[in-house]
Design a protein around this ligand. Structure first.
Ligand code: FMN
Length: 168
């Protein structure tokens, strides 16, 4: 049994969330690969896939969207969980393209989707990004809680090992 954790990240913070998910699954004895979404050529060798993306201007990044679009048939035959990372809070979190998320969940047969608060580091942003954040009155800082991420990953690990006992 093998699990893929893939993420699309522009400035690295979503990649770190994916790494924490991968570490948690490995600690549970589950063979796990963590990859950038753009490096995923096939998901054939995996029994389950955890796929996430940072959100920019209400959208998943193109690498993650393309992975869903090009591998939907394969993903439908696997256990799939999705996650998003962004800084919009409710109610503005609803502006993060809810219809697209629902379509994505349907097209992948995803068991669940989780939104994690992200990170905004002014030093990492381009001038255009800084201007967009200023216009949106966005707040800088790291809002990620890796314990919450680990907890979610643990629940995924438990769901996976129910069907594929690790020591069987
Ligand atoms: C230009 C710009 C636009 C953003 N747009 C959104 C958005 O629409 N919704 C949201 O929740 N977060 C938005 N964010 C916040 C990012 O999703 C957040 O910083 C995320 O953690 C970045 O992940 P990364 O480091 O993996 O690229 C935006 C950030 C920037 C710089």
């Amino acid at each position: 049994m093998r699990v893929l954790v893939a993420a699309a990240s522009r400035h690295g913070s979503t990649r770190e969330i994916a790494q924490v998910i991968g570490e948690q699954l490995c600690e549970m004895g589950i063979a796990t690969d963590v990859k950038d979404a753009r490096d995923v050529i096939s998901v054939e060798e995996y029994d389950a896939v955890v796929l996430g993306s940072a959100i920019y201007v209400g959208q998943w990044l193109a690498d993650a969207r393309e992975l869903v679009d090009t591998r939907a048939a394969q993903l439908l035959n696997r256990k799939v969980w999705l996650f998003s990372s962004g800084l919009a809070d409710a109610p503005s979190k609803d502006a993060n393209n809810a219809p697209a998320l629902l379509t994505r969940m349907k097209n992948t047969g995803a068991i669940g989707h989780r939104h994690f608060p992200g990170k905004l580091d002014v030093l990492q942003l381009s001038l255009a990004e800084r201007a967009a954040i200023m216009a949106a009155r966005g707040k800088y800082g790291d809002s990620r809680d890796m314990n919450v991420v680990r907890e979610w990953a643990r629940s995924i690990g438990e769901a996976i090992t129910l069907d594929h006992p690790v020591n069987a």
